[in-house]
Design a protein around this ligand. Structure first.
Ligand code: ZN
Ligand code: ZN
Length: 406
């Protein structure tokens, strides 16, 4: 069958574009079954039905079209847009992930030389940028579940592939969160399993560095996750408490201001242990964190998060004080200064937060007494600093009047 030509649409094909816009999945299913619709037909601008569905943010419709063989990498569009680019523009992270799972290439460029991630960034869809930059196909990981070369056994048992892939895809790099993801899967809470996982992560890291279009960002992420696994392994070998001691060490705040210095040092150490010292990303990260005194901004976590996910930690959302998850909306009822994503996280944090809670309460009472004018001024100061999340640093909080999380 000849390749579809731009604007050469049958009546049913025109109809399906309208149906997509209306979001009527049932009618679209019937039209696609009728064989009168070519799933990769092109309208006059070179847009396929999949591109329309992605742009309009219709997830069900995208799924249906992909099931019918829609070409996720078609770029006959007049400006070279792909379905992934339209998904990124729509701001829908579920559709963006769906396109990636369906094999969308991330490095295709439009007619002005922009990739899907760059286009999404340009229109401020940062969550989609993060999804694209952190994508790692399950197939690439599955490779290690088959014996290679002279190996008798695969490097990764099939049962570990799913849980490991979930961790690789996380965009929350808080070490506490990664340890929690490990704890969630009893198959991972095991010395032999963690050993296999970190070795595969090291291989993936090497692969990302050595592949033709070197991906330093992904390489650093693989290395970092490997370091967290190795830390879990070390704790599991020492004590049999299912990693609770590690979570506590990562959360424990120092006496003077509650700053979690073990966590800070751990992340700094992970970055410095990246094995490819010529990597530009490594050098940038080291330059950003080395001059910073422990306890000051930026933290190693925020520097790493920004480099790997493109997101500014602690800028536009409330983060869980325990696991770093975004959208945390449960506040400590006493000091109202720290937020959590769940009761579990709040309980985990209490052993260390209780030492700071009272002084945070006094701080917030002090702030409540301020005149409106002073409050306004403090708000402006914190906004101009463009940062927050400094609840555990009372001195800093007092000096910058950060009202962001507090
Ligand atoms: Zn949490
Ligand atoms: Zn509190």
């Amino acid at each position: 069958m000849a390749a579809p030509q731009k604007g050469d649409l049958s009546a049913s094909e025109r109809k399906i574009l309208q149906v997509i816009a209306a979001g009527d999945v049932q009618e679209a299913t019937q039209l696609l079954a009728s064989k009168e619709v070519r799933v990769n037909c092109l309208d006059e601008y070179g847009m396929t039905p999949l591109m329309h569905a992605a742009y309009k943010g219709k997830a069900d419709m995208c799924r249906l079209l992909l099931q019918h063989g829609a070409d996720v990498n078609c770029n006959q569009h007049e400006y070279g847009y792909t379905a992934l680019m339209f998904a990124g523009l729509s701001g829908k992270t579920d559709i963006t992930s769906m396109m990636l799972d369906a094999g969308a290439e991330t490095d295709l460029m439009n007619s002005v030389g922009r990739t899907a991630a760059q286009m999404a960034a340009f229109v401020g869809q940062h969550d989609c940028v993060t999804v694209i930059n952190n994508f790692f196909s399950r197939a690439r990981l599955e490779y290690y579940t088959r014996p290679q070369g002279l190996d008798r056994e695969p490097k990764l048992p099939q049962s570990l592939a799913g849980p490991l892939h979930k961790i690789i895809m996380t965009t929350n790099l808080n070490p506490v969160k990664i340890v929690m993801l490990v704890k969630e899967n009893p198959v991972l809470v095991d010395v032999a399993a963690l050993e296999k996982c970190y070795q595969v992560m090291d291989l993936l890291c090497e692969q990302c560095v050595k592949q033709q279009d070197m991906n330093e960002v992904l390489a650093m992420k693989m290395h970092y996750i490997s370091c967290v696994f190795q830390k879990c392994l070390a704790f599991l070998q020492k004590q049999d408490d299912k990693l609770d001691a590690l979570v506590k060490s990562l959360l424990r705040g120092r006496d003077s201001d509650g700053f979690p210095q073990y966590q800070e040092k751990f992340i700094r150490d992970c970055i410095r242990r990246f094995p490819y010292c010529e990597a530009t990303l490594l050098q940038q990260l080291v330059r950003s964190i080395t001059p910073v005194e422990i306890g000051n901004d930026p933290t190693a976590f925020s520097v790493l998060t920004q480099a790997l996910t493109g997101q500014m930690a602690f800028v536009d959302a409330d983060y869980c004080a325990t696991c770093g998850e975004r959208g945390a909306n449960k506040r400590c009822s006493l000091c109202k200064a720290v937020t959590y994503c769940s009761l579990t996280c709040q309980k985990l944090h209490w052993f260390t937060h209780k030492k700071m809670c009272r002084s945070l309460q006094e701080q917030s009472v002090g702030l409540d007494k301020d005149t409106p004018r002073l409050k306004e001024l403090k708000g402006a100061v914190s906004a101009s600093r463009g940062e927050g999340g400094c609840c555990w640093r009372l001195s800093f909080r007092a000096s910058c009047f950060c009202l962001y999380l507090c």
